[in-house]
Write a protein that binds this ligand. Structure first.
Ligand code: NAD
Length: 336
């Protein structure tokens, strides 16, 4: 079998997850990896048996055999690597947030259009079973067109030390923003947001956003970095989607497996990326499987949408602005 050859730029904590997920796919070969941190890339290459590793992204992008590149670098530095990889003839999966700047998102989209390469946003919840089931229930009429959506995302306090490098709307809420846009099948017209910092950090640990879509759908998104680590809960998310025919809802934490022992109580992630029975499983693997299967069969990966991702960045900007100015922001007011 001719394998799909991929490369990974950025081998931090999430880039390593990409590597594990790709290596679990029998039709994929990770041909090369790259990180600017020489020690990190050398260690990861040795651990996972990758012969070709680099500290300069040009060396990876210059490889003729690589078809797909995962960009898993720092949130605010995705533009340069993405544009270079597209111009180097690669298809690109760029992690969320695709960027934290609307002009950069538009530049990425234009480069993909010009080069004719696929540009896929790393919005992996479109590959997560609960989120897909809600989408299907909207589309097949079990709950029908959504009128009201509530999406909550809570993460452990200690993670904020690292991820406050990016605004909470881009680090956490961007996932729910993408789901809300996908579910509503419409564009956001009006935003009212509120942020609160408990620790005095520059970005809020708690963020609320009320969205009104052009088709009338309402959404309330709430993201926070406030779950005490001692509670032992990795992922604490909830959703309630009220449609014209019914409602869909879930709460992840009580439904997850809880391990109670002398160390206390632990509820681990079973949906995004984990090792079950020695095998890698979760939405990240599903996402990478889908994209590489599309490549093998030369089928456009229509399940994802970079246009939605650009709109997500536009709405995220409006959320930051609304929370800062303490007023409504109309989306058409923004300069796209
Ligand atoms: N989809 C998800 O659920 C999910 C989960 C976690 C992180 N992420 C995203 O993944 C990205 C990376 O996050 P992380 O937690 O792994 O961060 P990290 O800080 O652990 O790792 C980033 C790595 O990128 C490397 N890097 C930076 N610029 C580079 C370049 N030009 N070329 C090669 N390597 C470069 C750094 O040296 C570092 O090792 C972020 O955009 C983050 O938001 C997504």
């Amino acid at each position: 079998m001719n394998k799909v050859k991929v490369g990974i730029l950025g081998l931090g904590s999430w880039g390593e997850c990409h590597l594990q997920a790709y290596q679990s796919l029998p039709h994929v070969e990770v041909a090369a990896i790259c990180d600017i941190n020489a020690e990190r890339v050398r260690t990861i290459a040795a651990q996972y048996g990758i012969a070709d590793y680099y500290t300069n992204e040009d060396d990876l992008i210059g490889r003729a055999d690589i078809e797909l590149v995962s960009v898993v670098t720092f949130e605010k530095e995705h533009l340069k690597s993405t544009v270079k990889a597209l111009e180097g003839g690669k298809h690109v999966l760029v992690e969320k947030p695709v960027t934290t700047d609307l002009r950069e998102a538009v530049a990425m989209r234009e480069t993909a259009e010009r080069t004719g390469r696929w540009l896929i946003p790393g919005h992996l919840l479109r590959f997560e079973p609960k989120s897909i089931e809600v989408y299907e229930a909207i589309r097949d009429g079990r709950i029908g067109r959504p009128v009201s959506m509530y999406l909550r995302r809570s993460r452990q306090q200690s993670l904020f030390a690292t991820y406050q490098r990016t605004h909470t709307v881009y680090e956490l809420m961007i996932h729910d923003l993408d789901l809300a846009i996908w579910y509503a099948g419409s564009r956001v017209r009006n935003v009212r947001a509120y942020g609160r910092s408990v620790s005095g950090a520059d970005v809020p640990e708690i963020l609320w956003a009320n969205l009104e879509f052009a088709n009338g759908t309402l959404a309330v998104l709430q993201s926070n970095w406030m779950t005490p680590d001692e509670a032992g809960i990795e992922i604490h998310d909830a959703a309630e989607i009220i449609g014209v025919n019914g409602m869909a809802r879930f709460e992840t934490e009580p439904a997850g497996v809880q391990i109670l022992n002398r160390q206390g109580r632990r509820t681990t992630d079973l949906s995004v990326h984990n090792r079950l029975g020695g095998r890698i499983a979760g939405a990240l693997r599903e996402q990478l499987n889908f994209i590489t299967q599309c490549l093998m069969h030369r089928q456009e990966p229509v399940h994802t949408s970079f246009a939605d991702a650009v709109h997500g960045v536009q709405v995220a900007d409006a959320i930051i602005k609304s929370a800062k100015l303490n007023r409504d922001i109309r989306i058409e007011d923004l300069d796209v």
